[in-house]
Write a protein that binds this ligand. Structure first.
Ligand SMILES: Nc1ncnc2c1ncn2[C@@H]1O[C@H](COP(=O)(O)OP(=O)(O)OP(=O)(O)O)[C@@H](O)[C@H]1O
Length: 301
């Protein structure tokens, strides 16, 4: 089993417009831990830095500063060559993430072979079918030869999940895994992720805009605002007893069947105050100082 510890992560992008260069701080001194059998939900509006953290975790981006430590049960770091096997990602768009020219079997056989998980052709075939069954794509023999366009969005996302787990991944980064799916099938895919997590004791980072599913499918919620953590704690505590104005704003904007109407006005929330605010930590039961530099999210070079 594998754990991830992110410490004081910062990611700056340099934006160029003509001769002018601007620094944008996408991730601002974020620390969090992913441990086996637990899901941490990273919530925040568009542009708050969620995907940037996912990209750094999966080594698609390098951090400007800070560390990402991925360790095995005995505390030893995951060897560099095994990192991609251990840490896998499920992307938001199941239509773009699968290659239209390859069969479903190819998509799952490839990581099995690359990461040395099979001994022979027959073994590969048997494991592909086993993975398809694990994600409820049955009959697996009928699904395996199909191409992605012959499957529904939900089925494609199940293939993407099977592909992510095929190398034996222990850490799963799920970046808005159901937001592009029809509302009616979202729950099925999230339940599947929950079951696989329990069976394999995966450490999961669930990235979402949606506080309701974050509460239901995660143990801990970390609320991100402009790259900065503004509230964190056990899921129920963050949702039922939000302390930070930004979390309250997210909660108000979320549809709630028990509360008629939907708040779309931000009039009640002072964004300037949020910019200058500290972070509420439910684990510690106290407000903590915002990270140094947090107030300068965008600055000219
Ligand atoms: N490659 C890049 N170059 C420059 N700026 C970037 C790059 N990638 C992301 N950004 C900026 O960094 C900030 C954080 O973006 P990010 O995609 O991490 O947010 P997000 O919370 O995942 O948003 P969404 O929910 O829309 O995916 C945004 O202001 C974005 O425009």
């Amino acid at each position: 089993m594998t754990s991830v510890k992110i410490t004081d992560l910062v990611k700056d992008y340099t934006l160029r417009s003509g001769l002018k260069r601007t620094r944008l701080r996408a991730v601002d001194h974020v620390s969090l831990e992913l441990t086996p059998g637990r899901t941490v939900a990273l919530v925040g509006e568009s542009g708050s830095g969620k995907s940037t953290i996912a990209k750094i975790l999966t080594r698609m981006e390098r951090p400007t500063s800070g560390t990402v430590e991925v360790r095995l049960d005995d505390g030893t770091p995951v060897p560099n060559g095994h990192y991609r096997r251990e840490v896998q990602m499920v992307f938001q768009d199941p239509f773009a993430s699968l290659n239209p020219f390859h069969s479903i079997e190819h998509h799952i056989a490839r990581p099995l072979k690359i990461h040395g998980r099979t001994q022979s052709q027959e073994d590969t075939r048997a494991r592909v079918l086993e993975m398809l069954e694990r994600v409820n794509l049955t009959p697996a023999e009928a699904i395996a030869p199909r191409r992605p366009h012959e499957l529904s969005g939900g089925q494609r996302q199940r293939v993407a999940i099977a592909r992510a787990l095929a190398p034996g991944a222990q850490v799963l980064i799920a970046d808005e895994p159901v937001s592009m799916l029809d509302v009616s099938i979202r729950l099925g895919v999230l339940n599947l992720l929950g079951r696989l997590q329990r069976e394999d004791q995966l450490a999961v980072l669930y990235i979402t805009h949606d506080l309701a599913t974050a509460r239901h499918f995660s143990d801990e919620i970390v609320v991100l605002y402009r790259g900065r953590v503004v509230e964190r704690g056990p899921s129920d505590a963050v949702i039922l007893d939000p302390h930070h104005d930004y979390t309250k704003l997210l909660a108000l904007a979320a549809p709630d069947p028990e509360r008629p109407g939907r708040v779309t006005s931000e009039a009640a929330v002072d964004r300037k105050a949020i910019d200058n605010s500290t972070c509420y930590d439910h684990f510690a039961g106290e407000w903590r100082e915002a990270a140094a530099g947090a107030k300068a999210a965008v600055s000219a070079d």
